[in-house]
Design a protein around this ligand. Structure first.
Ligand code: SF4
Ligand code: SF4
Length: 347
């Protein structure tokens, strides 16, 4: 007779380990459980302009066995970031998932937990593959398939604690399965608050979001495309990311608890305002902001200045004018041009 957990099925060991580490939810699915993701994605692609160009590259997420022929299971872990204090300077300007991003951040509590969990899977003798960015499969669909929660009309994955979660997946060579049950209800039939809240109408109907026009994409783009004034106006005060469709959701009401400090976030807060960004040198922007907010690459730091100017114009105060005038002498023509257009608009 076993007196410890050594004779437990491997799935139960994984579940116990996840719980002991503080992972909110954990499940294991078979690679073939993901195959219907391709149909869902194609359905979405058919509903937006240039759908193939926007989402076609993700079709491969439906079958991890193409890249990993040895794959026998996908382990999915859900951790919650909706528990951190958000600095005032960042509220409604930065997507909260980016402020508390555990990816590539060795100081993040979630990163430490997930590292320990990944190491445990290997201790069990499993061969694993892991990639936290851009990922190896469609995380939300995998978490849904494992029974860990549901995907709501705004396309975000929800547990009983709302949508403020990170989903992480490991591909393994172990024949395993561990699915959970939940009693989350579907979205109310008459609710469209997320769609109404979307500033660019990127979320145009339930489960239909055009990534190409999502503020999260627009504010983190490394392309030298300068958006038209109408789009710049719609972006509002957002500088990096957007939470509008999650903030508006009644299923997220009172689900964010500011219980803990995220390492380094308070120290970063003086640098997050549009005034500070516009006044900063590119060396400062790279040193202070690039490590954390990695979607804007080092060759495209001008994006930060465009976003800062945009946030100022859309939430204008007179003190911003001299800062925008200084940007007329910026080293990047695209920033000078945007500053010129901004001044024409506000003066
Ligand atoms: S993140 Fe913002 S822009 Fe993107 S779909 Fe949601 S509300 Fe719309
Ligand atoms: S706002 Fe309403 S429709 Fe949108 S995800 Fe939340 S509950 Fe569903």
């Amino acid at each position: 007779m076993c007196v410890d957990d050594s004779c437990l099925p491997v799935e139960q060991k994984i579940r116990q380990k996840a719980r002991s580490l503080g992972i909110e939810k954990c499940g294991v699915i078979k690679p073939e459980d993901m195959l219907d993701y391709a149909d869902k994605l194609r359905e979405r692609m058919s509903r937006i302009p240039d759908g193939e160009a926007v989402y076609g590259r993700f079709v491969g997420f439906a079958d991890v066995r193409r890249s990993f022929p040895w794959a026998k299971s996908i382990v999915v872990a859900v951790t919650r970031y909706g528990r951190y204090v958000i600095p005032e300077a960042a509220r409604a300007r930065y997507g909260k998932s980016y402020l508390t991003d555990s990816r590539f951040n060795p100081d993040s509590p979630e990163r430490k937990i997930l590292n320990s969990f990944g190491a445990y899977l290997e201790e069990l003798g499993l061969k694993t593959a892991f990639n936290e960015h851009p990922g190896l499969t469609a995380m939300r669909w995998a978490a849904h398939k494992a029974g860990l929660g549901i995907i709501r009309r705004n396309n975000f994955f929800y547990t009983e604690k709302g949508s403020w979660h990170t989903i992480t997946a490991w591909i393994t060579d172990g024949e395993m399965e561990l699915t959970e049950r939940h009693d989350l209800k579907e979205c109310p039939s008459d609710c469209n608050r997320c769609i109404k809240a979307c500033p660019t109408k990127s979320l145009s109907m339930p489960y239909t979001m055009n990534m190409a026009t999502c503020v999260s994409k627009l504010t983190t783009s490394n392309d030298q495309n300068s958006y038209d004034d109408a789009t710049n106006g719609q972006i509002g005060a957002w500088i990096y990311g957007c939470d509008a469709c999650q903030d508006a959701c009644p299923m997220n009401r009172d689900k964010w608890s500011e219980a803990d400090d995220f390492p380094g976030l308070e120290d970063l807060s003086p640098f997050l305002s549009p005034e500070k960004i516009l006044a900063a040198t590119y060396e400062e922007i790279e040193r202070v902001l690039s490590r954390k907010f990695f979607y804007i690459n080092k060759e495209s730091l001008w994006r930060w200045k465009l976003n800062a100017i945009n946030a100022m114009v859309n939430d204008y105060r007179n003190v911003f004018a001299p800062l925008i005038e200084n940007a007329l002498r910026d080293e990047y023509p695209i920033v000078r041009e945007r500053a010129k257009r901004a001044l024409e608009k506000i003066i």
